[in-house]
Design a protein around this ligand. Structure first.
Ligand code: SF4
Length: 76
């Protein structure tokens, strides 16, 4: 899955949301979240993010961000 990280906070760009083929972005007031169970790992959103906030969860140290994305995707 891909995961939204701290650079997204208050970013306000939504280029990633527009390109996601499965609509798995959820939008809060100051942050976007990817639902980790809905993301199909296509990678299309990563280069679209002007803030470089979207990372693959294969990068080390992102476990807590994956859980945060899941939590907010389910709330929103
Ligand atoms: Fe959507 Fe693909 Fe990005 Fe996952 S990797 S959030 S499916 S655009």
């Amino acid at each position: 899955t891909y995961v939204v990280t701290d650079n997204c906070i208050a970013c306000k760009y939504t280029d990633c949301v527009e390109v996601c083929p499965v609509d798995c972005f959820y939008e809060g007031e100051n942050f976007l979240a990817i639902h980790p169970d809905e993301c199909i790992d296509c990678g299309v959103c990563e280069p679209e993010c002007p803030a470089d906030a979207i990372r693959p969860d294969t990068e080390p140290g992102l476990e807590s961000w994956v859980e945060l994305n899941r939590k907010y995707a389910e709330i929103w």
